[in-house]
Design a protein around this ligand. Structure first.
Ligand SMILES: NC(=O)c1ccc[n+]([C@@H]2O[C@H](COP(=O)([O-])OP(=O)(O)OC[C@H]3O[C@@H](n4cnc5c(N)ncnc54)[C@H](OP(=O)(O)O)[C@@H]3O)[C@@H](O)[C@H]2O)c1
Length: 326
């Protein structure tokens, strides 16, 4: 079968290659899944560059999420059957044709959920939902300040905001994105190429300010977002898109009693109560089946067209996820 491999960390276009490898065989409790769609996420590209929180032993195959069809089931598999569409959970190395997973690791995909939506279920929708609803406990009418608002995750946050009736202040780096995000339901948009975050937040929210924020850029944008928070504000840091550290104004944090903390989905899943994870998963699948949450797709590429696909995935101004299909 075809598998995308890298044997040294580096620029994805330089180190990724297509290899023929042996197809895995399922054990008695496993299923063999023919993968149909896989996401290219920033975390995959950071992994290939050797910059992610957890790195694989090399050579390795990238990819943390995907969906596919069960084509073979081990002798002790009870609930899954061939032909069934599933999302393999906590499986690393999805950028290949087939993968094996324990039956218990597979989430069946409801008929109403498309392949492309199912392939994006884990990373962005779960993170967007958990940060806003489980961690920050957004209430109707409240403001959420989010950076990198044009990202796939940022766009899903807008869909969640519509469902939960909270208002959003969306920070982007290019003015061209303002109209597009407003059309998607953004309450306010701040473009950092021409506007200052704190000044605009004050104009929008008045003296109370905003006290809940999610931040994925770092550097100056992260620092300015933290400084824009009102008294008792909290900022979840979940991305490193600029690669720059956030310079903290300790005085401002002390006297405004603000908090900044990291959020990592893997760690949240590892420590969450199983029933919380189960109910969040069930709720999200229901919303995806009804179309109320639909992760946007920018483009599809064949798995073997990996270099063009990762080049597209790193291009500025995308409207959604780049997927590797079939
Ligand atoms: N912590 C976690 O558990 C977790 C889970 C899921 C995702 N994430 C993180 O969430 C972030 C978004 O993921 P995604 O898949 O939604 O991303 P994506 O669809 O690839 O979008 C990336 C976005 O970031 C913007 N961007 C890139 N570099 C930037 C910079 N230096 N300054 C400002 N904006 C910049 C891009 O804006 P342009 O349109 O202007 O290019 C684009 O809108 C990533 O950092 C990812 O690692 C974290």
């Amino acid at each position: 079968m075809k598998s995308i491999k890298f044997s040294e960390f580096g620029n994805p276009v330089d180190v990724l290659r297509v290899e023929d490898v042996e197809q895995p065989e399922p054990s008695a409790t496993q299923v063999l899944i023919k993968l149909r769609a896989r996401s290219i996420n920033p975390s995959d590209l950071l992994t290939v560059r050797g910059l992610y929180g957890q790195l694989p032993k090399l050579p390795a195959t990238p990819g943390l999420e995907a969906m596919g069809e069960v084509v073979e089931a081990g002798a002790d598999v009870r609930k899954l059957h061939t032909g069934q569409r599933v999302i393999p959970l906590r499986v690393i190395g999805t950028w290949q044709e087939f993968i094996v997973a324990d039956e218990a690791q597979c989430l069946p995909v409801p008929d109403a959920v498309s392949d492309n939506t199912a392939a994006q279920f884990v990373v962005n929708p779960l993170t967007a939902w958990i940060m806003t609803i489980e961690e920050l406990k957004m209430k109707p009418g409240e403001w959420l300040l989010q950076t990198a608002a044009g990202s796939t995750l940022g766009r899903i946050v807008l869909q969640i905001a519509r469902l939960h009736n909270f208002k959003t202040i969306n920070v982007v780096r290019r003015r061209e994105q303002i109209a597009e995000l407003k059309a998607l339901g953004a309450t306010q948009v701040i473009a950092t190429d021409t506007e200052d975050i704190a000044t605009r937040v004050k104009e929008i929210t008045g003296k109370d300010g905003v006290v809940k924020a999610i931040e994925a850029v770092g550097g100056e944008t992260g620092a300015r977002t933290l400084n824009a928070l009102g008294r008792g504000g909290e900022m979840l840091v979940y991305g490193l898109l600029s690669g720059e550290p956030i310079a903290v104004d300790g005085g401002r944090m002390i006297f405004a009693s603000t908090v900044m903390r990291g959020f990592w989905l893997s760690e949240w899943i590892r420590t969450a109560a199983p029933q919380t994870l189960q109910s969040v998963t069930a709720e999200l699948l229901k919303l995806m089946a009804s179309g109320e949450i639909e992760p946007p797709v920018e483009a599809e590429y064949q798995l073997t067209d990996i270099i063009r696909a990762v080049t597209h995935a790193e291009r500025t101004g995308r409207g959604g996820k780049v997927l590797l299909v079939s």
